[in-house]
Design a protein around this ligand. Structure first.
Ligand SMILES: [Zn+2]
Length: 396
């Protein structure tokens, strides 16, 4: 019996550089079998004159903070924000945080996302994501000097359970290296916030400042951390943490030499520009990164620092903030770069045969490929998009 389904649309975006007008995708058992143009026969689902594209990848989010939406956004000053965040999260109660995360999953799927990098500080979201149709990596996040619990990591085909180190200024060098080593043994992604705030830079490069005071107040002893260091990126290089399975998130304060180091070690880079702008009133040197050859992916960070979990909104912000970056590059950040950064380049990121049939229909009204790319990266569509995710994808 032929159980294939043909998904048709005005445009099929195989990848940002390969776009078919009047195209189709033939799907069988949750996998893409063929893409093509024009007439086709069989069981056809015609989505409309808009575009089908690979599901978007939100490579860095914190769903446990969805319940804090609108409570912290106007807050300026990173240290205040962190303190208030911890207080609010503690007082919100587990059930509220869980409900927020469930709503967050819904928001992600409704905004075209199918693959995520979720950072879980409290361990509340593994079950929620396992029970959803989202795929990607669930990172249990750690900070401090010592590990107080046993860690389990594993690689299911489409949902990986892994580890994130919070940041180099909140983790002892020993624990940071240990966490990375656990993920290295499993050959799975490791995520870390890096070079995000001025406080982090000042602390790491001097061993002093308000972050030093903040740590002391919270009882974290950093006297054995061998500070100062040159830059956060060079520090991680010395600790042996940089490789193709490490995702460095933010990099607001990374310089050209840092970019060369990241490239040399094939480190994955994830940017969350709206969050950076809201929290720090600054953004990383994205143009410099692209010039250096880095292929960044995008994340939203949490609803405590960004207005939405939508990667379409994130692309629109990138496009508005960096108008000289070609739209195809921005779309690549949200799709193919994100999938490969999370270790899923073979299953997601493009609509190539044998990849997972996970795509989004976007109701754009355009007449050219360049107009299509512009509309996609500027979220220029009025009706909601429609995300198609295979329900049985874990059995693929
Ligand atoms: Zn984050």
């Amino acid at each position: 019996m032929n159980s294939s389904v043909i998904h048709k649309a005005g445009w099929v975006v195989i990848d940002p550089w390969t776009i078919i007008n009047d195209g189709y995708i033939r799907v069988e058992s949750g996998l893409i079998k063929e893409t093509g143009k024009g007439l086709c026969s069989g069981h056809i689902v015609d989505h409309g004159p808009g575009a089908l594209l690979p599901v978007l990848v939100n490579a860095h989010t914190h769903l446990e903070l969805c319940a804090l939406k609108d409570k912290l956004l106007p807050e300026k000053g990173f240290r205040n924000w962190v303190e208030n965040l911890i207080n609010l999260r503690n007082s919100a109660g587990t059930e509220n945080l869980r409900t927020g995360a469930i709503n967050g999953v819904k928001e992600l799927i409704e905004s075209g996302c199918g693959v995520i990098g979720e950072i879980s500080t409290l361990g509340l979201t593994w079950e929620i994501i396992s029970n959803s149709s989202l795929k990607g990596v669930w990172f249990r996040e750690f900070l401090g000097n010592v590990l107080h619990e046993e860690i389990t990591c594993n690689r299911n085909k489409l949902l990986i359970k892994s580890i994130a180190g919070h940041a180099p200024h909140t983790l002892s060098p020993e624990l940071l290296a240990d966490l990375k080593n656990i993920t290295r043994k499993e050959n799975i992604p490791f995520s870390i916030h890096l070079a995000e705030s001025k406080d982090e830079i000042f602390f790491l490069t001097t061993g002093k400042g308000i972050w030093a005071d903040f740590m002391t107040e919270r009882g974290i002893d950093f006297s054995g951390w061998n500070l100062p260091v040159e830059t956060p990126v060079r520090y991680l290089e010395d600790l042996g943490v940089l490789d193709e399975n490490t995702i460095a998130v933010h990099l607001i304060h990374a310089d050209k030499k840092d970019f060369e180091i990241l490239l040399r070690h094939n480190v994955r880079v994830c940017l969350c520009l709206r969050s950076n702008f809201n929290l720090h009133n600054m953004m990383p040197d994205l143009t410099g990164m692209l010039k250096a050859g880095i292929k960044p992916c995008l994340g939203t960070d949490s609803l405590a620092s960004a207005e939405s979990l939508s990667i379409f909104d994130e692309m629109a912000f990138v496009s508005k903030s960096f108008p000289s970056i070609p739209p195809a590059e921005i779309l690549a950040m949200a799709t193919v770069n994100g999938a490969s950064s999370l270790g899923f380049g073979e299953m997601f990121g493009t609509l190539a045969p044998e990849k997972c049939a996970a795509f989004v229909y976007v109701p754009v009204d355009v007449s050219s490929k360049s107009g299509l790319l512009q509309a996609l990266v500027n979220a220029d569509f009025k009706e909601p998009c429609k995300t198609v995710l295979p329900t049985n994808a874990t059995s693929i």
